[in-house]
Design a protein around this ligand. Structure first.
Ligand code: ZN
Length: 405
């Protein structure tokens, strides 16, 4: 009787489903792989525009703690007792070796820049767009210690974008800024192989994007208007240009790292007016991390034709059972819109992108298996449809979305 009761806890994964899932080579919609460098060279620091590995201490979730037995076990599975030895033995093919070990065929690499050691056949670039939204003095809006650190990094990245655009600094006119800095940066990213632009905006301000008139934005650009109007106008310009250039827009829409992260700023419902803007329907939005903890609220947004979600971060912080419950409700509703992802990230010396990638990949596969098993148990789907859904979530949905082979 218990087993027949819909809504009861998710059962362990059916062995046939587990076998089908294990065979699928995944496309990872969002991660931060670290570029391997030879001993003595400067270590890679381009795995994130806003690194969260050295913020003021927070109370880490259990699965993120360096002392977690799961972290030690992931490290042993990947490296035995000698991680430095394994890294030395692999050198330039190291990152590819890691992907093979964690069952990922292609990883979308959310990085400031790519480079040697991350071959484009296996690592697809997703650069950052936030810096373009903040061309003015940001001291007044940098309130928490984390924001103060973040805005320094955004300003540094914007200087890099000026430089790469062939400019020595901020151009005097707003139209020149949009054209010669914003659009030219997006076009350069596209030429460099990018398939999407990433926004970490919720670390800096609310996702509530208004729809200001151009004149308002121009006033703010010349230092006489409301800064938020300028940011919102630039955001919309970026998003429209991404649609034109065939770049998807990735938005961090979930809880985030650091003890000062304001979760309500990341509520995906704040994006609804933007998603309903007819002029932006050519742009594809991917809400990273599936809105956690607003996972129920995000479900109806899946009916927007240009909206997708991934379940990265959830696979790192939450249990397979809890992630499975989220997946079950999405898969019953709009399974073409759901993307597997790890958010593999170098959190600490103990929990590198390799270990966090393995933990999240295993969690994602188990969560998917639990969701599909429960749907079979409750006679919602059969084994064949379950296997098809597994292929869609782990691979085919992303393949279609980004036009990958
Ligand atoms: Zn991330």
């Amino acid at each position: 009787m218990f087993a027949a009761c819909a809504g009861s806890p998710l059962p362990p994964v059916d062995p046939e489903i587990a076998a089908a899932i294990a065979k699928i080579k995944a496309i990872d919609n969002h991660a931060h792989p670290v570029r391997p460098t030879v001993q003595g060279a400067t270590p890679d620091d381009e795995f994130d525009a806003l690194p969260v590995d050295n913020l003021e201490a927070q109370s880490d979730p259990v699965r993120q703690r360096a002392t977690s037995p799961e972290v030690a076990s992931a490290r042993r599975t990947l490296f035995g007792e000698d991680k430095p030895g394994v890294m030395r033995a692999h050198q330039s093919d190291y990152a590819v070796w890691v992907l093979d070990r964690i069952g990922v065929d292609v990883m979308l690499a959310n990085r400031v820049a790519m480079g040697p050691g991350l071959p484009f056949e296996r690592f697809v670039w997703v650069p950052f767009a936030d810096a373009l939204m903040f061309p003015l003095d940001n001291r007044a809006i940098a309130v928490t210690p984390d924001q103060q650190a973040f805005f320094v990094l955004e300003e540094k990245l914007l200087r890099r974008y000026y430089d790469e655009s062939g400019l020595s600094g901020r151009p005097p006119s707003f139209s020149e800024y949009l054209d010669k800095v914003v659009t030219s940066t997006l076009e350069r990213h596209r030429k460099g192989g990018a398939v999407a632009e990433k926004f970490e905006l919720a670390y800096l301000r609310t996702l509530d994007i208004g729809n200001p008139a151009r004149a308002e934005a121009e006033r703010a650009y010349s230092g006489r208007g409301e800064y938020k109007a300028l940011q919102d106008y630039i955001f919309r310009h970026i998003v429209a240009e991404c649609g034109r250039l065939g770049l998807a827009v990735h938005i961090h829409a979930a809880h985030g790292g650091g003890g000062y992260f304001r979760t309500q700023w990341a509520n995906p419902m704040l994006l609804e007016p933007l998603l309903d803007d007819q002029s932006l329907r050519k742009t594809t939005f991917v809400l990273l991390h599936g809105g956690w903890p607003y996972t129920r609220e995000i479900t109806p947004l899946l009916t927007k034709p240009n909206l997708y979600v991934d379940f990265s971060e959830q696979t790192a912080f939450n249990t397979p059972h809890d992630v499975g419950e989220v997946l079950r409700s999405w898969l019953a509703y709009n399974p073409e819109k759901v993307l597997f992802a790890t958010d593999a990230y170098p959190f600490s010396d103990a929990l590198g992108w390799e270990e966090s990638g393995l933990i999240a990949a295993n969690t994602g596969r188990e969560a998917l298996g639990r969701a599909l098993t429960a749907m079979m148990r409750d006679n919602e789907i059969g084994l064949e449809r379950a296997s098809q859904l597994a292929r869609m979530v782990l691979r085919e949905n992303a393949q279609k979305l980004y036009g990958l082979k």
